[in-house]
Write a protein that binds this ligand. Structure first.
Ligand SMILES: Nc1ncnc2c1ncn2[C@@H]1O[C@H](COP(=O)(O)OP(=O)(O)OP(=O)(O)O)[C@@H](O)[C@H]1O
Ligand SMILES: [Mg+2]
Length: 303
């Protein structure tokens, strides 16, 4: 029976008067690769800084391996590794020397250095200066640093950001190998397909609030996440009619169709209104893509 190793409870954080994390509740179970998905500015990095106790919440708390981070910062974070933003290195020193410095500061053992270099596939370049490394290699060295003390939970804040497809693939494989080694991974991303590929469970947040969470494969077939494509003429009139309705949200407009987010219960009302306004509705196509649903979150209400 797997246990919950990270619990976010009613977490709230404001900057000035703006709530950036708003009554957030989440559970991460041991062994998962957990995707923390949200559009830019959703509050992912802020949540991660709260988890790592780098900033203080206004209310709520985070429990890691049974300890609340606000009360037992060091104890709770003992088994946690993290890569947030860009990792810091001594660029004129080699990768191996960078890792040795961390070992000397008390993180891990000398024997572990070769192991982590092996895991992130930098062993062949370990004695080159970090300033000669590509962005992808630096990200992997950052993960090597985070792995030094044998963490049981790895927190990665958008680790593939700025990487080319090859670098993205390497990080994805690294996440898989960490998971195969029994490390629970908490991965933030603003890309649904990345989460679909790497994660077993995910939570979507928007404007600091939890929108939906669950097993990735269940969410992909969940029916109330449908968006609906409406083919209608004239399209401009259909758009302006739909804009007046508060139970429908326009996701995307193309030349002959409009993708909307609308509940199944409200769909008949929508077609009735369109027909009453003299608009010719030629097709209504339900689309069960989580991508459309996620896209709908990034659409601003002001259209
Ligand atoms: N120190 C701060 N002071 C004021 N506002 C902040 C601070 N840190 C973050 N914010 C604001 O909080 C909101 C959420 O930011 P956050 O970095 O958590 O989002 P994110 O989901 O990580 O976005 P991205 O995908 O762009 O990395 C943003 O509107 C941001 O401007
Ligand atoms: Mg961020």
């Amino acid at each position: 029976m797997s246990e919950v190793i990270l619990r976010i409870e009613n977490l709230t954080k404001s900057f000035k008067d703006r709530k950036v994390v708003d009554s957030l509740n989440l559970e991460v179970t041991e062994g998962e690769v957990f995707g923390f998905l949200g559009p830019n500015g959703a509050g992912k990095s802020t949540t991660i800084r709260l988890i790592l106790s780098l900033i203080k919440p206004d209310s709520g708390d985070v429990k890691i391996f049974g300890k609340w981070v606000t009360k037992h910062r060091n104890g709770s974070l003992q088994n946690v590794g993290a890569l947030i933003e860009e990792a810091a290195f001594y660029k004129n020193l080699t990768a191996r020397r960078n890792l040795q410095i961390l070992v000397n500061l008390g993180g891990g053992t000398n024997r572990r250095i070769d192991e982590v270099l092996e895991i992130v596939r930098l062993i062949d370049r370990a004695d080159d200066k970090v300033k000669t490394y590509s962005h992808g290699m630096k990200q992997r060295l950052g993960i090597a640093q985070a792995l030094l003390h044998n963490p049981k939970l790895m927190i990665l804040d958008e680790p593939t950001s700025g990487l080319d497809p090859h670098g993205i693939k390497e990080v994805r494989e690294l996440i898989k190998s960490m998971s195969d080694d029994g490390i629970t991974v908490f991965l933030s991303s603003h890309l649904l397909h990345e989460v679909e590929q790497s994660c077993s469970t995910m939570a979507i947040i928007n404007e600091g609030r939890l929108v939906v969470s669950g097993k990735v494969k269940d969410l992909l077939k969940q029916t109330d996440l449908f968006t609906t494509e409406i083919q209608a003429q004239p399209i401009e009139e259909a758009v302006s009619v739909i804009r007046q309705l508060d139970f429908v949200k326009i996701v995307v407009v193309s030349e002959e169709s409009i993708k909307v987010s609308v509940s199944k219960d409200d769909l008949p009302n929508l077609t009735t209104v369109l027909v009453e306004k003299g608009i010719k509705v030629s097709a209504i196509v339900p689309r069960s893509s989580l991508e459309d649903f996620f896209l709908s979150l990034t659409v601003r209400d002001d259209g």
